[in-house]
Design a protein around this ligand. Structure first.
Ligand code: FES
Length: 136
């Protein structure tokens, strides 16, 4: 492995040290419409993603997340939350791990799988939201 593979970009460090949309404290502090929960089979880390949806426009009005994940997962999910906010649910589902990687100016290659954790939690939250809405 090259030594460069261990280097985090400044933007990754910023999102790790100052995570955007992180849910501080109890989840009752955020009025959400759906929550997604996933585990990463590679490392066992977990991610919870909370979304608030504007029902008229079907867009993500607000978003929060919590994790037991690593620094890369924290930075990736911070970036994902910024990218996803304001998007329609369909467009949010189209966000890729590469979009997150591009936003962050590249994660170390061996940490790329960490960016999938937040993304999968967002997908789970959207699926749960739609399941509940279909039953109404
Ligand atoms: S090592 Fe588990 S999410 Fe990064």
């Amino acid at each position: 492995m090259e030594s460069q593979d261990w280097v985090y970009s400044d933007i990754v460090k910023d999102h790790f040290l100052n995570p955007r949309n992180f849910l501080m404290g109890d989840e009752s502090n955020f009025k959400y419409d759906a929550v997604g929960l996933v585990g990463n089979p590679i490392c066992g880390d977990q991610m919870k993603m909370y979304i608030k949806v504007d029902k008229k426009t079907d867009t993500i009005k607000d978003i929060r997340w919590k994790t037991y994940g690593c620094a890369s997962a924290i930075a990736s999910t911070s970036a994902l939350s910024e990218i996803a906010k304001g998007k329609t649910l369909d467009d949010a589902l189209k966000i890729t791990a590469k979009d997150i990687d591009d936003y962050l100016g590249t994660l170390p290659k061996h940490k790329f799988h960490c960016s999938i954790l937040g993304h999968d939690a967002l997908k789970d939250a959207i699926e749960k939201y739609r399941t509940v809405e279909e039953k109404r």
